[in-house]
Design a protein around this ligand. Structure first.
Ligand SMILES: Cc1cc2nc3c(=O)[nH]c(=O)nc-3n(C[C@H](O)[C@H](O)[C@H](O)COP(=O)(O)OP(=O)(O)OC[C@H]3O[C@@H](n4cnc5c(N)ncnc54)[C@H](O)[C@@H]3O)c2cc1C
Length: 405
């Protein structure tokens, strides 16, 4: 597959070595599809964590990745939503218990660096996977193949490109796919915290007028925090010294975890929602943030990205087994169809929930409060929503059911 002159050929080129791209590469190559992963070396540390929902954990287990990182993850057995808006229409606190739908946990929270390390370790074990530690510089699409020119001068040809190159995807632009986007007046700050009191495997999402403040358990007396505030407020918080920052976060957390010690490093992300108008075209399939960027509410972003990876893996493996073109319209059209409803429904739900928090319009606040009230009171509704949140009915690829590709 690789040649000393910098020319490579593969059935599938995965561009982007974030968690979505690595998962697709492991799924494809692990099922015997000759695959090349073009992964530019990381330029900055990612201190975020991911709440992996149960289906994602099942898929990572089926791919042989989960045993390499499960000890670094904490179970999420209870999820609480607390209205912290001080508005006239305040919603009741709602608790979702995994046991109520027969699960041990809704999912597991893990630092992205541990998840990516486990994916990289698994990728290194798979013979069919060629790893090219370089950036894609240009992507040219012809009728039968795609050519990826690498920044270092090498050239890779493939029948299908899986675009996992993030929100400013070069591959998406090469395929001529537009996006729809909306930006919010919000910045998400991410921190990892130590705390004096145990979290009891409970994740707590405080809904404030500027956005959610979400504490998610990590192993031991640690939690990750996503604190969504206005951009000005984010800058103020970022300038605080460690002691003042700990006190500020403890106040915002209503001291539910006692004294807070902030771990090293933090992240800051301007928020918006952006979705591609198509999820595949012209031998290019978009996965992860190349296809959809969502605000961090309800832990949907990477869970969608892993379902993308599992779906394109399933379709390309089936095409190859049947002797069909893995990058042909049969595969890309099917991929676009299969991802559309899942992505659109999650993006709409997250967008509506976020905007209802920011809205000063009383009826909007009333509807949000009523929705949460009904979820609190009506068991079957609450259970249906929990099941749909963990495993979507419409879009469950085989890997999410623990089946091999
Ligand atoms: C604050 C916050 C909290 C979140 N929490 C959760 C959560 O709890 N649960 C959840 O499911 N999701 C969560 N998300 C979403 C999740 O973090 C993202 O969906 C996920 O990181 C996207 O992964 P990705 O692999 O698609 O993209 P990225 O991680 O952005 O990876 C893209 C990769 O492509 C590479 N690349 C770019 N251009 C090129 C090129 N030309 N050539 C080669 N490589 C290239 C980049 O270097 C990078 O490695 C959160 C997001 C935010 C902002």
């Amino acid at each position: 597959m690789a040649a000393a002159d910098g020319r490579y050929a593969a059935e599938v080129a995965v561009v982007g070595g974030g968690p979505a791209g690595l998962t697709a590469a492991v799924a494809l190559a692990g099922a015997g599809v000759p695959t090349a992963l073009v992964a530019a070396p990381a330029t900055r540390a990612d201190n975020r964590t991911t709440a992996l929902l149960a289906g994602s954990v099942t898929a990572l287990d089926a791919l042989g990745v989960w045993p390499g990182c499960r000890t670094m993850a904490a179970p999420l057995r209870t999820m609480r939503i607390v209205d912290d808006t001080d508005r006239l229409w305040r919603a009741p606190e709602v608790r979702f218990e995994a046991a109520e739908i027969g699960l041990d946990a809704f999912g597991w929270n893990i630092e992205n660096r541990h998840l990516v390390a486990a994916l990289q370790a698994r990728a290194d074990e798979i013979g069919e996977l060629v790893r090219i530690d370089d950036a894609a510089h240009a992507v040219t699409i012809d009728e039968d193949a795609v050519t990826v020119t690498l920044a270092g001068g090498g050239v890779l040809t493939a029948r299908l490109v899986v675009a996992a190159d993030g929100r400013r995807s070069l591959c998406r632009m090469a395929a001529g796919i537009d996006t729809e986007s909306r930006s919010y007046p919000q910045t998400a700050l991410t921190f990892n915290l130590g705390h004096a009191r145990p979290h009891h495997d409970i994740s707590t999402e405080f809904h404030t007028v500027h956005g959610p403040f979400t504490l998610v358990p990590l192993p031991g007396a640690r939690s990750s925090l996503v604190c969504v505030v206005t951009p000005d407020e984010a800058e103020r918080i970022e300038r605080l010294d460690p002691a003042a920052l700990g006190a500020e976060l403890e106040r915002r957390a209503h001291s539910i975890l006692g004294k807070i010690t902030v771990g090293p490093g933090h992240g800051a992300f301007r928020l918006g929602v952006e979705t591609a108008r198509r999820f595949a075209a012209r031998r290019v399939a978009l996965i992860g943030e190349a296809g959809h960027v969502l605000p961090p509410i309800g832990a949907q972003g990477l869970n969608l990205g892993l379902r993308d990876a599992a779906t394109i893996g399933e379709l390309a493996v089936a095409a190859r087994r049947d002797g069909r073109d893995v990058g042909g319209a049969g595969v890309t059209d099917a991929y676009d169809r299969r991802r559309r409803a899942d992505v659109a429904s999650r993006a709409t739900a997250v967008d509506l929930l976020n905007r209802s928090l920011l809205s000063d319009f009383l009826p909007t606040q009333g509807v949000r409060g009523l929705g949460l009230y009904l979820l609190d009171r009506i068991g079957p509704l609450r259970r249906a929503m929990m099941r749909e949140g963990v495993t979507p009915r419409l879009a469950e690829p085989r890997l999410m059911r623990g089946e091999a590709l």
